[in-house]
Design a protein around this ligand. Structure first.
Ligand SMILES: Cc1cc2nc3c(=O)[nH]c(=O)nc-3n(C[C@H](O)[C@H](O)[C@H](O)COP(=O)(O)O)c2cc1C
Length: 363
C-alpha cells in the first residue's frame, strides 16, 4: 500500500483474507459459516449491492462529524461491536482486546453470554467503556437472572436478549469443519452457563427441545420486571415481532438474521429494515446487523431508518490478525470509509443521513 490506511488494509475484505490465511480451518468454518446452503449469508451482502445512493454535490463538506447517540449514550460513530461468542478462539486476549479497542475508539461493545472472558473481567479491562450484555436464555430463569444481575453490577448499560436461536441451526460448513456445534470452547461466565440447545431430539414422531426453547413473550415481561436495565431485542425480521417487542417494553430492536447463521431462507437483514422501522415508529430505536462491511453499507442502513449498525465477523478477523491494535485498526478503517462516503454524498453529519439519500434499487 502506498497510502497511510490503517494497518495497510484498504477494505474489510483485505482483513478477511489475512485472517483466512492465519486462522485454523475448523475455527474459520465456525466463524464464517452460515446456516444450510448459506443463501441468506450471501443475501446479506447482495442486499447492500442492490441499493443505490443519491449523492448531493457542492454542499460544503469541509468537516465531517460521525458522532451520534445509541440509546442516549454518546458514541464516536454509528456502528457497534455485535456480540460474538468465544473470541478467545481468535486471539488469547479475546473479548478483553475487543473491549479495550472499543473503549479507546468511543465505540459501543456488546458482549456475549458465551464470551471466552468473564463479563466482569471484560468490564474491569475497560471500565470507562460503553458496554451492553447479550443474554442467551438459560434453561432456568434463575440462571438467566443471575447473569443479568452480574452484568448490571459490572456496569453494563443495557440487556440485549437474542431471540433468534431457540436451537442452533444446521450449519453445514461448521459441522463439516469439525468444531463442536453447541460449545466450541470454554465460556468465561462459568461452567454452568449453557449455549443454545443443539438440534431437536427425535422422540417417536415428536421432537423434544430443552426447556428455555419454549420461551414466549412472557419471558420478556419477566426480564423487564427483574431488571432496570433497558432491554434490546436482537434477531427480529418482521414488523409484527418488532411491534410485539415494543409492546413488551423493549427500548430497541436489532434487525438481524444472525449473520446468516440461523435460518437459511430468511430475508437479508437490510430487506427487513424498512418494515421494522415502520412498525415501531418513534417508540424504539432500530439497529441492524448482518453483512455490514463498508461505510456505504452503514449509510444505507441509516438512510432506511437504523440508528446504528452492528459489526460481527470483521471484529473476529481483526482480532485474529492483530489483537487489540487490530480491532483498533478496524474501527479506524470503518470510520474513514464512512467519513469518505459521507463527503461524497454531501452529508456532513449523521443526522443529515435520511431517506432522501436512497435511490432506486438496481434490481
Ligand atoms: C462466530 C460468531 C459468533 C456469534 N455469537 C453470537 C452470540 O454469542 N450472541 C449473539 O447474539 N449473536 C452472535 N452472533 C451473531 C452476531 O451478533 C451478528 O448478528 C452477526 O455476526 C452479524 O453479521 P456479520 O457477521 O455479517 O457482521 C455470532 C456471530 C458469529 C459470526
Amino acid at each position: 500500500m502506498t497510502d497511510d490506511r490503517p494497518g495497510g488494509f484498504l477494505t474489510l475484505g483485505d482483513l478477511e483474507a489475512a485472517a483466512a490465511a492465519k486462522v485454523p480451518a475448523e475455527v474459520w468454518a465456525f466463524v464464517q459459516g452460515g446456516a444450510g446452503e448459506e443463501t441468506t449469508l450471501r443475501a446479506n451482502r447482495d442486499a447492500f449491492h442492490r441499493r443505490t445512493l443519491r449523492p448531493r454535490v457542492l454542499t460544503g463538506v469541509d468537516s465531517l462529524d460521525l458522532r451520534t447517540r445509541i440509546l442516549g449514550q454518546a458514541v464516536s460513530a454509528p456502528f457497534f461491536v455485535a456480540p460474538t461468542a468465544y473470541q478467545g478462539l481468535l486471539h488469547p486476549d479475546g473479548e478483553i482486546a475487543t473491549a479495550r479497542a472499543a473503549r479507546d475508539a468511543g465505540i459501543l461493545g456488546v458482549f456475549s453470554t458465551l464470551s471466552s472472558c468473564s463479563l466482569e473481567s471484560i468490564a474491569e479491562s475497560a471500565p470507562t467503556g460503553d458496554r451492553w450484555f447479550q443474554l442467551y436464555l438459560q434453561p432456568e430463569f434463575g440462571a438467566s437472572a443471575q447473569l443479568v444481575d452480574r452484568a448490571q453490577r459490572a456496569g453494563y448499560r443495557a440487556l440485549v436478549l437474542t431471540v433468534d436461536m431457540p436451537v442452533l441451526a444446521n450449519r453445514d460448513r461448521q459441522i463439516r469443519g469439525g468444531v463442536a456445534v453447541d460449545a466450541p470452547a470454554p465460556v468465561g461466565n462459568g461452567p454452568d452457563v449453557q449455549a443454545p440447545s443443539r438440534a431437536p431430539m427425535p422422540d417417536g414422531d415428536h421432537y423434544t427441545l430443552r426447556k428455555e426453547t419454549g420461551a414466549t413473550w412472557e419471558i420478556v415481561d419477566r426480564l423487564r420486571a427483574h431488571t432496570s436495565l433497558p432491554l434490546v431485542i436482537k434477531g427480529i425480521l418482521t414488523g409484527d415481532d418488532a411491534r410485539k417487542a415494543v409492546d413488551h417494553g423493549a427500548r430497541a430492536v436489532v434487525v438481524s438474521n444472525h449473520g446468516g447463521r440461523q435460518l437459511d431462507g430468511a430475508p437479508a437483514a437490510l430487506e427487513s429494515l424498512a418494515e421494522v422501522v415502520a412498525a415501531v415508529g418513534t417508540e424504539a430505536e432500530v439497529y441492524l446487523d448482518s453483512g455490514v462491511r463498508r461505510g456505504s453499507d452503514i449509510l444505507m442502513a441509516l438512510a432506511l431508518g437504523a440508528k446504528g449498525v452492528g459489526i460481527g465477523r470483521p471484529v473476529l478477523w481483526a482480532l485474529a490478525t492483530g489483537g487489540e491494535p487490530g480491532v483498533a485498526r478496524l474501527f479506524s478503517l470503518l470510520k474513514l470509509d464512512l467519513a469518505t462516503v459521507m463527503a461524497v454524498t454531501g452529508r456532513t453529519s449523521i443526522s443529515a443521513i435520511d431517506a432522501s439519500l436512497l435511490g432506486t434499487p438496481r434490481w
